[in-house]
Design a protein around this ligand. Structure first.
Ligand code: HEC
Length: 183
C-alpha cells in the first residue's frame, strides 16, 4: 500500500521537474556524466578518450549489442554499477567514438547556465535564439552562460565532424533506441 501510494506520489512530482528530458543529469538522482564515468572506470584499459580502442571498435555491432558489451564491461572489468540511463549514455558515447563524431552531453542546467561534456579537442558553440553565448571548455567539460530567451542549441566541431544537441530534447547526442537491461 505504502509502495503504491509513493509510486503515485512520484508520478505526480515528475511534471514539476519542468521540461528536462528523461534521465536528465544534474536533476537529482546523482546521475554522472558518461565521459567522467568512462575516464573513471574504463580509461585504464581503453585509454583516455578511447585512445586505445582500435579502428574495429564496435565493428558490425547493433545498438543493442553495443549496449550489452558496455553493460558487461561495467559489470565485470569496469566494476561500476551503472543505472539504465547511464548505460544508455555510455553506449551513445561509444557510438560517437565509432562514428568518429564529437559526443555531447548535458550534466547540469539552470536558467542562466548550461554545463556538459564533450569529446576532448572539440570546439563548442552554444546559441540562444541563434545568438552565440560565452562558452568555456576545460578538458572534456564545457559550460556556457545563457543570456536572453529562446531555443538553445549546442554544437561541437572536431576534425570536419559536427554534432548538434538540443538540450530541451535530449541529455546527450547519439542516443541508442531504448534498450532494457538484461539482468
Ligand atoms: C581491466 C581492463 C578493462 C576495463 C577496466 C574495461 N574494459 Fe572494456 N574491454 C577490455 C578487453 C580486454 C576487451 C576485449 C575483449 C572482450 O571483449 O572481453 C574489452 C572490450 C570492450 C568493448 C567491445 C569492443 C568492440 O570492439 O566491440 C567495449 C564496448 C568495452 N570494452 C567497453 C568498456 C567500458 C564502457 C568500460 C568501462 C565501464 C570498460 N570497457 C572497461 C578490457 C577492459
Amino acid at each position: 500500500m505504502w509502495a503504491r501510494s509513493s509510486a503515485l506520489l512520484l508520478l505526480a512530482l515528475i511534471p514539476l521537474r519542468g521540461a528536462a528530458p528523461r534521465g536528465y543529469p544534474g536533476q537529482g538522482g546523482g546521475t554522472r556524466g558518461p565521459i567522467a564515468i568512462y575516464e573513471q572506470a574504463c580509461a585504464r584499459c581503453h585509454g583516455p578518450n578511447g585512445s586505445f580502442y582500435g579502428p574495429d571498435l564496435g565493428l558490425g555491432k547493433t545498438d543493442a549489442q553495443l549496449y550489452k558489451a558496455v553493460q558487461d564491461m561495467a559489470d565485470n572489468q569496469g566494476q561500476i554499477e551503472l543505472k539504465p540511463v547511464e548505460l544508455e549514455a555510455q553506449t551513445a558515447y561509444h557510438r560517437a567514438m565509432i562514428k568518429r563524431e564529437p559526443f555531447l552531453a548535458i550534466t547540469e542546467r539552470t536558467k542562466s547556465m548550461l554545463r556538459g561534456e564533450v569529446t576532448q579537442g572539440s570546439v563548442v558553440t552554444v546559441t540562444v535564439a541563434g545568438k552565440p553565448q560565452k562558452v568555456r571548455v576545460e578538458g572534456f567539460v564545457w559550460s556556457a552562460t545563457l543570456e536572453g530567451v529562446g531555443p538553445v542549441l549546442v554544437t561541437a566541431k572536431r576534425k570536419n565532424a559536427q554534432t548538434q544537441l538540443d538540450p530541451a530534447k535530449a541529455a546527450h547526442s547519439h542516443p541508442p533506441p531504448r534498450v532494457e537491461r538484461t539482468n
